[in-house]
Write a protein that binds this ligand. Sequence first.
Ligand SMILES: Nc1ncnc2c1ncn2[C@@H]1O[C@H](COP(=O)(O)OP(=O)(O)OP(=O)(O)O)[C@@H](O)[C@H]1O
Ligand SMILES: [Mg+2]
Length: 350
Amino acid sequence: MIFGKKSIAGLDIGSKHIKIVQLKAVKGKYHLERLGITTLEPELIVDGSILDSSRVVEAIKGLIATANITIKDTALSLSGHSSVIIKRVSLPQMSEDELSESIKFEAEQYIPFDIEDVNLDFQILGLADKENMMDVLIVAAKKDKINEYVTVAKEAGLNPVIVDVDAFALENMYELNYEVNPEENIAIANIGASMININILKGGISVFTRDSAVGGNLHTEALQKEFTLSYANAEKLKQEGTMEGISREDVQAVLVSASEDIIAEISRSFDYFRDTTNYENINEIILCGGGALTAGFVPLLSEKAGINVKMAESLKNIHIPDSFDREYLKKMEPIVSVAVGLALRRIGDK
Ligand SMILES: Nc1ncnc2c1ncn2[C@@H]1O[C@H](COP(=O)(O)OP(=O)(O)OP(=O)(O)O)[C@@H](O)[C@H]1O
Ligand SMILES: [Mg+2]
């Protein structure tokens, strides 16, 4: 069904990196057409709010030009609990049309925002354990946040046609690249600069999502504080592991301590998942986001959580033409996970 429909660009506006991906379906396989990443100065986007929209617009325009993006139709996404609420609820059985009519009323008691301030969407998941009830996924996104992100994309010359949620885009990326084992629970964890998105799939179907307001900024801030550095120097130190007058051991100790805080937050999500599912096991963690690239993070997470961890291969089932720098793509693969998931969307998708 997807093949044959027009491509759209996937645009992931993060607080540290803006990523854009354009795919083309050729004979039943996706080909990478365009991919670009640009870095934002700090403080332009804080807690999911775009504070300096004109500089974000400039950054997107620059990205469109350098990545040579050729299509305007775009999917973007929101995340963070101050922007999007995702709830699984049990409602009396009714048809999709009936629920469309009554969703506002039904959602009101579950959504912590004024119902007039959100756009609502839902998906009927199936019959519930209780008689005459059904399980429904409700998604409520703040209208002002949608507007903020849609506006910068428009001002950059794009035509936003889909507003998705990071956690669902990650799920799309996963479906494209991984074989589903019906017996397994897989946690996709996206560690950005300021946000962690968790989506736990049971037999390939999302059963739990949670966003937390921490990420790789914790590493940077810890380095800034410990060694009295500017933000830019701390970011450099984080990636290079050492600089004049600062030993690798000291840097590593600071990074480990910040990683432990991030991992504690991930573990909290896993605990909630276990609480709501009769203490089910998580078989594997698929890690996305730049925050996961910080030295030592992967083994520490695996050790603390007691779960096998793999870096996301978001381009695994996508054909990469020779014109791309494979080494660069391999490094950036986890960072573009959301953008890849968004680029898989098609106009008319719900
Ligand atoms: N080798 C690396 N290359 C790029 N970023 C890295 C690397 N190592 C660590 N990072 C960190 O990854 C984070 C950025 O990751 P990412 O691009 O996924 O975040 P984002 O989507 O912009 O942020 P958010 O969604 O949280 O607003 C930053 O904190 C950055 O310092
Ligand atoms: Mg992000």
